[in-house]
Design a protein around this ligand. Structure first.
Ligand code: 13P
Length: 255
């Protein structure tokens, strides 16, 4: 089973709308007509409309970093799936560790968002991952299992294959401390095994599982060569055309 590699940029709370459009143009030009690797960029909400224009007609896809699970209503400050769809957004990052840790998102909330995204034909990039304390306590796999099972509650087998999972060890995010290839592959393999138990082997083989956490051009090739690592969810290194494009190049060159 060949899964197409996917490189996604999570720009977090960076870039004004004008800066985002300029970065997006750079990515579009560099990606050109290569279609071996799928590329998704996730700017902040305020830049989605501008970036939608910049990627229009290109192979670069547009993702959001979060959304509310309701379609509309009295939810001050929130953005819904239909609003994202209207801006030609195709992907949405859900359950990022920063949202869990800084904004109190629970597994139950993440589950509601996953179901809402799928109902609205948005492809979730569902993030899971352990903190340093959890890794040191030896509870990484248990924690990842709980996060995954709870987030996927009520997701049918048909829709499960379209979900993208991102394994992001919290201790590796923005710290420059990347997981070793063995550490990452162990968790990625475990996640695929869990998906096989939940949805059967064929569906599990179709799900892309991305690694995130200090992924850089210098460490990408080794990580991306692992059997169950299907791409990257990139923070810092997605904020410059050069480093992001080098990551895409590393993904195209995986044997
Ligand atoms: P860094 O690549 O900056 O470590 O961030 C990873 C991340 O959180 C992507 O969602």
């Amino acid at each position: 089973m060949i899964r197409k590699k996917l490189i996604a940029g999570n720009w977090k709370m960076n870039k004004t709308s004008a800066d985002a459009v300029s970065l997006a143009h750079g990515v579009v030009v560099a990606v050109g007509t290569q279609s071996n690797v799928e590329v998704v960029i996730c700017p902040p909400f305020t830049a989605l409309e501008g970036v939608a224009g910049a990627v229009d007609g290109s192979l670069v896809k547009l993702g959001a970093q979060n959304m509310h699970f309701e379609a509309s209503g009295a939810f001050t400050g929130e953005v819904s799936a239909p609003m994202l769809r209207a801006l030609f957004v195709t992907h949405v990052i859900l359950g990022h560790s920063e949202r869990r840790a800084l904004f109190g998102e629970s597994d139950e909330l993440v589950n509601k968002k996953v179901l809402s995204a799928l109902k609205n034909q948005l492809r979730p990039i569902l993030c899971v991952g352990e903190s340093l304390a959890e890794r040191e306590a030896g509870s990484t796999l248990k924690l990842v299992q709980t996060q995954l099972e709870r987030a996927l509650e009520g997701v049918s087998k048909d829709l499960a294959a379209g979900i993208i999972i991102a394994y992001e060890p919290v201790w590796a995010i923005g710290t420059g401390k990347v997981a070793t290839t063995e550490q990452a592959q162990e968790v990625h393999g475990f996640i695929r095994g869990l998906l096989a138990k939940l949805y059967g082997e064929p569906a599990a083989q179709r799900v892309r599982i991305l690694y995130g956490g200090s992924m850089k051009p210098a460490n990408a090739a080794e990580l991306l060569a692992q059997k169950d690592i299907d791409g990257g969810l990139i923070g810092g290194a997605s904020l410059e055309v050069r480093s992001f494009v080098d990551l895409i190049k590393a993904a195209t060159e995986v044997p």
